[in-house]
Design a binder for this molecule. Sequence first.
Ligand code: PEP
Ligand code: MG
Length: 907
Amino acid sequence: MEKKRIYKFGNGHAEGRADMRNLLGGKGANLAEMNLIGVPVPPGFTITTEVCTEYNQHGKEAVVELIKKDVEEAIAHVEELMGSKFGDKENPLLVSVRSGARVSMPGMMDTVLNLGLNDEVVEGIARKSGNERFAWDSYRRFVQMYGDVVLGMKPKSKDDIDPFEEIMEKKKAEKGITLDTEFTVDDLKDLVVLFKAAVKECTGKDFPTSSWEQLWGAICAVFDSWMNERAITYRQMYQIPEEWGTAVNVQAMVFGNMGNTSATGVAFTRDASTGEDLFNGEYLINAQGEDVVAGIRTPQQITTEGSRRWAKLQGISEEDRASKYPSLEEAMPECAAQLIETQQKLEDYFKDMQDLEFTIQDNKLWLLQTRNGKRTGAAMVKIAMDLYRDGEIDDKTVLKRMEANKLDELLHPVFAKEALQQAKVIAKGLPASPGAATGKIVFFADDAEAWAEKRKKVVLVRIETSPEDLRGMTVAQGILTARGGMTSHAAVVARGMGKCCVSGAGDIKVDYKARTIEMSGKVYKEGDWISLNGSTGEVYEGQVATVDPELSGDFAAIMDICEKYTKMDVRTNADTPKDAAIARKFGAKGIGLCRTEHMFFEGERIKAMREMILAKDTAGRKEALKKLLPMQRSDFEGIFEAMDGLGVTIRLLDPPLHEFVPHQLATQKELADEMGMTLEEVKLACDALEEFNPMLGHRGCRLGNTYPEITEMQARAIIEAALNMKAKGIIVHPEIMVPLVGIVTELKMQADIIHATAKKVFEEKGDTIEYKVGTMIEVPRAAVTADEIAECADFFSFGTNDLTQMTFGYSRDDAGKFLKIYREKGILKNDPFQILDQKGVGALIKMATEKGRSVKPQIKLGICGEHGGEPSSVQFCNSLGLNYVSCSPFRVPIARVAAAQAAVEQA
Ligand code: PEP
Ligand code: MG
């Protein structure tokens, strides 16, 4: 059978369904479903995502040929349902053409509205609607949008001028007006002529008058927009595969700009910031959809309750509010009631918070979209738990609804109460996305990127944001905008990222040219510090102090569900008792990696360490090691105490020794004086430690095998600390880990030293304790010979940082230079240091797992590279049946959710 490429819907019938989102995109699938459940939706059709893939493979002409007949037939279907005709002068049908990928990518791809207009059709629309202004306003918008989107006239950078905006501004100045709504019919007619002239000048071609030519142009532009830079950046950020493609939705236009009985808006069935069960949203009378999201006019609230809250935040009196900014409930009570009923119906049906787009044309409500709404981490947790408690979803669905990485937002500091009392509020906007952000003011996304690269904390301040600002928003601590409501681009995208955002702070004056912002009568410059409170919408002067958040209630309930289903334990990578305690609070089941070298950098210790490194012989080294022993022992005692009852994996010294010695003359001189050496001697000794490839040099167990006394000291410190803690009644499970083993003999020699030292300490102390000796698997040879290595290891811990480095042959320190380009060129889909390369590195892990278990079925297996806290990598570990993953303390909850999700999905 011929592949079906187009799915029609309308009038309560649809060829598609909600569960066909892969093929129809999220928007198309839900438009179909809304038809099936009796929600009013303008008729139309969806061109599948597979066609997008065909488009990218075979090109425009081939695909147009392929779907031409079907599109013509689908338009005829819409004509029949609407009782009008596409391109007809007397009774014309206009359509919208929108993108719609599998997952929503707000604002990243293109849309064209009011399509089908030309100089004759506009007259037909004017006659049919009895509203000449509306007809010409639609035509003006269409030429502008089509010019921008399809004909490529959209400005490419912040310095380019939008030719259409320039013409409009000039016209406003001529007429002495400020708002678009003040244009007369004649002004709009003039604008259309001027816009078309601008098109001719820019593109060298006349604006297309044929409706069909317009339609094909728009369909292809939407497919093209899948490959635009913004969309590519967004996909990279959210790991959305390029192969997915976007669908194209063509629908009969309904008009929110037909006069004062028409409106358009967006709404959420619950609060997307806090998760509260509060229907909320914004609308504009006599407007089209893009006016609401673009943040050009400040929209009004749908519910009266929401409107009152909004007015309070803005400092607007109830009288002013009711007369100037009425809610939809007040302005159009019948349509509002119908909308409230519909939102409940949709939420009950989809059993999740919905994000809706609607249009009211001449007092009739139409739904243009419903989708699961983007939300903050806090809202994600609350909404799922509320629906669970209401019996709407089960606990496995709660788990499925968790975007593991988003939990991170709940774990980070909030403003300290006392600090807030002292803080000076300099502006107020809408609490668009919660959080506490402090940073230096920047005005442009590229500056935000450049400053962030230099490790500066920035707050991105914009009049309004556009999808071009995405990268800048990603690196900023927070975002402040002068215009735009709770559903503006800035707000929606910030919530999606879990980034603090205050939007629509109407009283601030941003001057891009001078790079200044005026707030409460004071001028702040680029580089000045400000703080944003995304939960209240307040903007403070300077830096405001923060504290740790509360982690009980719903968060704890989610963690309990994880505990119920997880098969793997989650441990933590922690080097200090403080980090260990934080991780334990988050539910870590032990330490998977304690990097002992970090302890050597503190205070006086580095001196003893340097003495050890620069010692001329074994006796000198032993002398220095004696000084280090008590320090290490007390560190381990602290960590054992914090992890009372849980396993603690301590790794022997790993980094190349040159990392510990001074490289500057002044510090070398100091060291020389302290050690009674000449500067020359110290310099020579330090230079001798230089290596061309230190990461592949004298490090890991190669240190312990060349200087066994180091291993001896560390083993002694661990066993003595364990016995001391045991004597205090603390339950200690020490696991000693040998790094960078590639040959079984390397491990064997280290294990011999450890066992001999432990034996000695047991005799000295007259007490014993159980301990394990294992190894990291981070050299490919170790993975390949894991059966031999398992013979003398109680456990393996996959060090996927080094294993990735050595499998790819990419230096961990230098790969940044080319990884970005490799990803842009599609050579790599992801950064393999962040997301485990399952095909290559993963195959080595699988091989080592199987080989290890073949000789020692009960061998304990875990992972402690950075990947141990990355959800897709955690899922992979679960599929191999590893015993645990280990990650930094703040990623413990993320890994717990990912591990539980994997257990449920892979069951
Ligand atoms: C690893 O290589 O994955 C690892 C955990 O060790 P480090 O990052 O300390 O080299
Ligand atoms: Mg390593």
